[in-house]
Design a protein around this ligand. Structure first.
Ligand SMILES: [Zn+2]
Length: 439
């Protein structure tokens, strides 16, 4: 699968247990920056430091969602953890900036995550996950918490952030008394990383990278922390319809568990029908096989949203072809939401009207073009063209449909409607060419 994302890298920011109080240099805050050397964590500080480099990272949208991993921890229940994470983010969101107002960033809780690992998926859905590791901490034992931020290497725009807490080696506490490793202190520090702040050299800052067990001081932001968050997100209005959906859509699942769209064993029964349809399969010459599907005059009126959103969302499509006995005989999958085809996005749109897919390389099962056209009843349609010039079109379907008297063609979407019709007027079914119209 290709991706439209430019080069990415990860920043690992950790908080460690203090072994000695470090003398604090001049007051400062630092922002995580795009690495100057691949794989190295870098920062840009205010006032500037001698090792500053790169472009500071930031969330480009003021609305960001987070998901708590559903298992939480044996040390902290899901609802306790939920309250603590909410409180930690609220501390950053509600802090008063020096010129008035609060940082222009709004974090909201999304559905709990099933996925229990850090990942950023360039083609599948994502979630910004906060998770404990009760058994087996995958990083250095000294790290109490770690936040991994994935960003655009050129612009610094943050794509994903995942926070991990080391409940393998440390005992988290949630109250104000009997404090051991204060979860709220650790999560408030990690939330700063989640938002783009780096480690602060100031000993009383929440973003100071070491923690004294038994203390709760990092719960409250220092002047440096406040200056930092207000610099990244200067106060301003947050639109009420602001959308926290992550890049490539939201998913509670890890990429490996996210099913690409698949055709059912039998035709779906709830698809939007078309008044007219056509399937043409030409397989006379190897390397020049062609597929054409047209579902015209969809009934009733189809809105663009019924096709999903392959531009900013994650909608994938499957073209499914069934024989007269309703057995699945052909499948073509186009899971290219937000992907690049050559120099341009694979999918383009005319707002409110149509989506168009265009891929000269025909990488997705030989599909060259798809048109999903919304409109009034009878004016809306779906068209798909595939060809085997690059050897990507699955072939042999004309042979599998030989002598069939009927065929059902459906175009499914992963998160919106499906469209289809049974074609009963078969013009040709000789094993190398199959042509049917209908219904
Ligand atoms: Zn840190």
């Amino acid at each position: 699968m290709r991706s439209s994302d430019p080069a990415l890298t990860l920043v690992v920011s950790a908080i460690v247990l203090a072994v000695a109080v470090v003398a604090a240099p001049a007051h400062a805050y630092c922002r995580i920056s795009t690495s100057c050397q691949p794989g190295l964590q870098s920062h840009v500080c205010t006032p500037a430091g001698s090792d500053d480099c790169g472009t500071p990272v930031f969330w480009a949208t003021p609305c960001v969602g987070w998901s708590l991993q559903k298992d939480a921890s044996t040390q902290v229940t899901f609802s306790q953890a939920e309250q603590i994470v909410t409180a930690a983010f609220a501390t950053w969101m509600s802090t008063p900036c020096s010129g008035g107002g609060t940082p222009r960033i709004k974090l909201t809780e999304a559905q709990p995550a099933e996925c229990h690992q850090h990942e950023y998926n360039q083609t599948e859905g994502n979630a910004n996950i906060i998770m404990f590791h009760d058994t087996g901490w995958p990083y250095a034992r000294s790290f109490i918490g770690i936040t991994r931020v994935t960003y655009n290497l050129g612009t610094g725009e943050i794509y994903d952030a995942d926070m991990e807490l080391n409940s393998t080696n440390y005992q988290f506490t949630t109250g104000d008394t009997g404090v051991d490793i204060d979860m709220l202190s650790i999560v408030t520090h990690e939330a700063g990383h989640f938002l783009g702040l780096g480690e602060s050299p100031t000993a009383d800052a929440t973003m100071f990278p070491s923690y004294q067990s038994g203390t709760t001081t990092p719960r409250d932001l220092s002047d440096d922390d406040i200056a930092g968050i207000c610099a990244i997100y200067p106060p301003g209005e947050i639109p009420s319809d602001c959308d926290p959906t992550p890049r490539h859509g939201f998913s509670t699942l890890c990429a490996a568990d996210q099913q690409p769209i698949t055709c059912g064993a039998a035709p779906a029964t709830t698809c939007i029908a078309s008044e007219k349809g056509r399937l043409v399969l030409t397989e006379k010459t190897a390397g020049k096989e062609k597929l054409k599907v047209r579902l015209t005059k969809l009934q009733p009126a189809v809105m663009q949203s019924q096709f999903g959103d392959p531009i900013t969302g994650s909608t994938a499509y499957a073209i499914c072809i069934y024989d007269a006995a309703n057995q699945l005989k052909g499948t073509y999958t186009v899971a290219r939401a937000q992907d690049a085809c050559g120099d341009a996005p694979c999918w383009s749109k005319v707002s409110g009207k149509r989506y168009k897919y265009s891929d000269k390389s025909t990488a997705a099962d030989g599909i060259l073009e798809m048109k999903l056209i919304a409109g009034d009843a009878g004016k809306d349609k779906v068209e798909v063209i595939g060809e085997n010039t690059n050897g990507n079109l699955p072939t042999g379907l004309a042979a599998r449909l030989q002598d069939q008297s009927r065929v059902t063609v459906q175009v499914l979407s992963s998160d919106a409607s499906c469209f289809g019709v049974a074609l009963t007027r078969v013009k040709k079914a000789d094993g190398t060419v199959f042509t049917a119209i209908g219904p």
